[in-house]
Design a protein around this ligand. Structure first.
Ligand code: NAD
Length: 265
């Protein structure tokens, strides 16, 4: 196991890794030598190109499975297929997430249900299926992709904030249950990262608040972030690689803000 490939021989599953943060985290894990199972929605040809690029550039097995994170049966099958493909599952990153911005009284019921399913319940179904596999090897790292919105609220995001606060509770509870089994369970809590998910919020937030799109970026999104710049995927990947390393073994049940100081206020 070389210093530049600390995860050689390990296997990782990152949900929602066809785009944005999840793709960056999957690439970081592959770069550290892990075999990776990609998951997410999107154009099949583009996903296949991404899969091939990661496998070739990093010289690791990379597979893709399109399991829908709103379907518990597909989620359990995804974990089983990952284990079948690689013979192990060391790193689980429940990352898939969706957003909808609207005042609570207008919030579409089906959007609430979908956000809770993808952003919270899918993590439960993934963890439920993965923990027995990790316990059997006495090794595992679960890193939930939460949000600054797991720690504080913003208006017009009732479902997202509720789901991410729920994910905080799940993270802490699982951490206590697995602590003596060589497994840790933590959550990364990013501030704003400029991904397709955030870009898609700019126009609806502008409508909901009666602001221009430029004002939303400056006075709503980055107003909360004292650094006044977007968090980068590389900054999140650095924390993930620490959490999955041997040095991260005593970090357990932690909600780790990477938000430029947002939640310090
Ligand atoms: P993104 O829209 O770029 O990526 C979301 C991923 O989830 C995509 O791969 C998409 O295909 C996948 N996905 C969505 N619905 C799915 C479903 N039903 N089944 C399977 N996959 C599904 O968004 P992102 O910004 O990279 O967000 C990734 C995670 O980071 C989310 O959990 C999000 O809440 C969290 N987060 C993002 C930010 C930010 O500012 N971008 C901040 C804090 C937390």
């Amino acid at each position: 196991m070389g210093a530049d490939r600390p995860l050689a021989g390990r296997a990782a599953l990152v949900t929602g890794s066809t785009s944005g943060i999840g793709l960056a985290l999957a690439e970081a894990l592959a770069g550290a030598g892990a075999a990776v199972m990609l998951n997410g929605l999107g154009n099949a040809e583009e996903i296949e190109q991404t899969r091939q690029r990661l496998a070739q550039e990093h010289d690791v097995p990379v597979y893709f499975d399109g399991a829908d994170m709103t379907r518990p049966g597909e989620i359990a099958d995804l974990v089983a297929r990952t284990h079948d493909a690689f013979g192990r599952l060391d790193v689980l990153v429940p990352n898939a997430g969706i957003q909808h911005v609207a005042p609570v009284e207008d919030f579409p019921v089906e959007k609430w249900d979908a956000i809770v399913a993808v952003n919270l319940s899918s993590a439960f179904h993934l963890i439920r299926a993965a923990v027995p596999l990790m316990k059997a090897r006495r090794h595992g790292r679960i890193v939930n992709m939460a949000s600054a919105h797991a720690l504080v609220a913003s208006p017009f995001k009732s479902a997202y904030v509720a789901a991410k606060h729920g994910l905080a509770g799940l993270t802490k509870t699982v951490a206590l249950e697995v602590a003596e089994h060589g497994i840790t369970c933590n959550a990364i809590c990013p501030g704003y990262v400029k991904t397709p998910l955030v870009e898609a919020q700019i126009a609806p937030t502008a409508r909901a608040r009666g602001l221009s799109e430029e004002e939303v970026v400056r006075t709503v999104m980055l107003a909360a972030q004292p650094t006044r710049r977007f968090v980068t995927c590389a900054e999140l990947a650095g924390l993930l690689l620490y959490l999955v390393s041997p040095q991260g073994a005593s970090v357990n049940g932690a909600m780790l803000p990477v938000d430029g100081g947002w939640t310090a206020q």
